[in-house]
Design a protein around this ligand. Sequence first.
Ligand code: GLN
Length: 491
Amino acid sequence: MTDLTRLTAVEIAALVAAGETSAVEVTRAHLDRIAEVDDRVHAFLHVDTDGALAAARAVDARRSAGEPLGPLAGVPVAVKDVLTTKGVPTTVGSRILEGWRPPYDSTIVRRLREAGTVMLGKTNMDEFAMGSSTEYSAYGPSRNPWDTDRIPGGSGGGSAAALAAYEAPLAIGSDTGGSIRQPGAVTGTVGAKPTYGGTSRYGLVAFSSSLDTPGPCARTVLDAALLHEVIGGHDPRDSTSIPAPVPGVVAAAKLGATGDLTGVRLGIVTEFTGEGAEPGVLAAFRESVDALAKLGAEIVEVSCPNFTYALPAYYLIAPSECSSNLARFDGVRFGLRVGDDGNRSLEEVMSMTREAGFGPEVKRRIMIGTYALSSGYYDAYYGQAQKVRTLITRDFTAAFERVDALISPTTPSVAFPLGARTADPYQMYLADLYTIPTNLYGGPGISVPCGLSDGLPVGLQVMAPTMADDRMYRVAAALESAVGTFTPPAL
Ligand code: GLN
């Protein structure tokens, strides 16, 4: 019998639509797989067994009634715990929201439900999406299915690990500085950050509002594209949502899968292919570049000199926005409240709640951000960082006059061992060195598996102009057609 957990979303949807399997059978197979392996992977913070089976039964009923089903109907999906889910716990990986059951669905989750996908549960993440390994989750780290002594990336490591462990064929992530693409790279899965404003932030717990972008995670490029079209597009409830249709990413992925890149010009970012990257990562990247050239792409080197300043600029802008966004967690409105014994002042209760509810990395970011925004320092820090952001955007604009898309390794290194970087925040931050420029610019970026280094996955990143998400899917699908997909050793 076919193992339903090994299929792509496309294959599952086809079987369900043809009545060769039911959405309930598919869902049970994935729930069984979670029960079998998640004590070793810890991809999930919450498994919604009853909700998933109810959603699956609804799809099966619609099919029996002869109603039309969408392209992903009956396909299970794991959702990063940063998105609100009505009545289902949403913690953002933090103690401060422990036990909170939101009264409403985020737009992404609402669209997933309307499309007939089956939400299996909520995935683990670094607290408030700050981190690159899931080790900053208040609920313990997730593990990389390729080697359970290594990190699955972060902040959306739970979503990526769920895919690589065959616990779910599709997942949702959010990418502020790389949290979809970096976990994708280190788990051998596909992760796409859409154009900023191309996917709705309504119901996404805010970290850095000018950067936060929810997006699709999958094991194949076409599956990611299908998910992208389901969740993307204008949302009047998000003030920065782009009032335009989703770029044709599914058609582009299908075009790319034909393996023809004739006439496509790709620029290798010279700043990201130098000494900073591990030799094994660079070797896999170079081989993929050869593969892209064989498919007909024209390859040129492109210098983006200001990309070098992206990391420091990000670590002023993101903490600044976070220090303001996280002010709402005050022990009054949501989740945890500490010290409210009737004798303490409001200030004391707020302070005790925040002291107990936030972990050390979140506190570090709030402190850095508050400092960078304070009067007298604003121009020197936050103001300078905004100027760097403009320079980075200019690098992208100039590059896209010469090439259709930019490419680089997604990350400087493969998955590192658990515990290797927790004592040194700067080392942790470096995991996002190559993904952050795209966030500061606002364009789309995708990570696609491109090879192995010492048996661990390496990702190639494709970056495209804003609202040209289709371009990056075409290139990623073409590369996938040449190098194939990568399967981890049995857990
Ligand atoms: N690792 C980066 C950070 O810690 C990016 C996180 C993200 O994209 N959410 O901020």
